[in-house]
Design a protein around this ligand. Structure first.
Ligand code: HSE
Length: 400
């Protein structure tokens, strides 16, 4: 029997408890061993909940119990999750987490501590909720050179963009409704400004290349400037608008960007709607693979934590290695990244537009006194220069 402790009985922690309880027989038959939740750590009491029988309030009880082999850290935040994780690993207990903040900030260090103590630090649930993406990058795609990763990594923004598209509503209206229904946070900044997706693509890029990507190095734009007029143009092009978190390797250079993109129907990510997430990975040998599912939510995220628990239970006393050095992966400024741009300007004079932007694909105006067009391929720096020279640019969305 493998004995585990769960740190934090919030949404994900209570989900872990539920998955282990409800799927006890399935897990037992697949693992050939039983997993028992010996402790749940939380400061609160949960009167009437069976968890009360295993509830403890002191981390020392868990750290000092030599029978605990695996700890699920589902507290979130940096402190005291960092200290508790370190202590568990130093005691030879593997840690499985959903805590993307901790993974992004301290991943390489915690992996090294796990290695030194013959245990593991696993974090499948930290990116893409219930979608298996960390394990594929670590194992199934380990033989591949990763050429690009493109993810819809934030459910809140994907839900908002989907609603804007299907119901023709403004960003603010959809956000307010999503907040009323509890789909969006009261303070939605981390989601709508792209920071959540940024941390997630930083983790995926770090794993793809084995070095540390600082999320501050990734140019990040959210969806707050996207309007119903943008969607009207997108519809005319048979396209949609998605918040992409992108990481691309071009020769020796790495580019990363979180921003809204105009996405055509030929892109597999076009059909990813609502709160769903998906990640498209392009490799030099096997080509494209895509991973799709619930990027958040109690049971989906908990299920991913439990997958890691099973992996640890199969490898007690061994370190499951994740190559992630503490040396920095240089992310090149996006100035050099080449792509096409969808631009809206406050004129309909094609000659004036083409004088500055070169040959463009014109789109009939969907609003008075303006038009939209798609440029030929150019670098980000070239686009910026042209947009400054032209003046009067109403909006720009990158084309994938
Ligand atoms: N707030 C995130 C999202 C979920 O909307 O996808 C947790 O990462």
């Amino acid at each position: 029997m493998t004995k585990v402790a769960v740190l934090g009985y919030g949404t994900v922690g209570s989900g872990v408890y539920e998955v282990l309880k409800k799927n006890r027989d399935v897990i037992c038959s697949k693992l050939g061993d039983e997993i028992q939740v010996r402790y749940v750590l939380d400061l609160r009491e949960f009167e009437g909940d069976p968890v009360q029988e295993v509830l403890v309030h002191d981390i020392d009880v868990i750290i000092n119990d030599p029978e605990i082999a695996v700890v699920c850290e589902t507290m979130g935040g940096e402190h005291p999750a960092y200290e508790f994780t370190k202590r568990a690993l130093e005691s030879g207990k593997s840690v499985c987490t959903s805590n993307k903040e901790l993974v992004e900030k301290h991943g390489p260090e915690l992996i090294q501590i796990a290695k030194a103590h013959n245990c593991s630090y696993l974090f499948e649930a930290s990116v893409g909720g219930g979608i298996p993406i960390i394990r594929p990058l670590r194992t199934s795609l380990a033989q591949e050179e990763i050429l690009s990763i493109t993810g819809i990594l934030n459910g809140t923004t994907n839900y908002i963009l989907t609603k804007m598209e299907t119901e023709g509503l403004a960003f603010e209206t959809v956000l307010a409704r999503a907040q009323e229904k509890g789909y969006a946070e009261k303070n939605p900044d981390a989601d709508v400004l792209g920071f959540d997706a940024c941390r997630k693509i930083a983790i995926l890029t770090s794993l793809a290349y084995g070095k540390k990507v600082n999320f501050e190095d990734i140019t990040t734009e959210g969806i707050t400037a996207i309007t119903d007029v943008d969607f009207a143009y997108a519809k005319k092009m048979g396209a949609t608008i998605k918040l992409f978190a992108k990481s691309v390797k071009k020769g020796d250079r790495h580019y990363a960007l979180v921003a809204p993109f105009l996405v055509g129907q030929d892109n597999p990510l076009y059909a990813v709607n609502g709160v769903f997430n998906a990640i498209l990975v392009n490799c030099n040998m096997g080509g494209e693979t895509m991973y799709y599912g619930k990027g958040a939510g109690k049971l989906a995220t908990a299920s991913a934590v439990v997958a890691d628990v099973l992996d640890c239970a199969r490898h007690i006393g061994k370190h499951l290695d994740i190559r992630w050095e503490d040396t920095k992966l240089e992310i090149s400024p996006i100035d050099g990244a080449v792509r096409r741009f969808f631009v809206r300007v406050s004129t309909t004079d094609r000659a004036q537009i083409e004088k500055v932007f070169g040959e463009v694909e014109m789109l009939p105006g969907v609003a008075d006194g303006e038009c939209g067009f798609v440029t030929e391929e150019m670098t980000e720096a070239q686009y910026r220069e042209k947009a400054e020279a032209f003046g009067g640019v109403l909006s720009m969305i990158r084309v994938d």
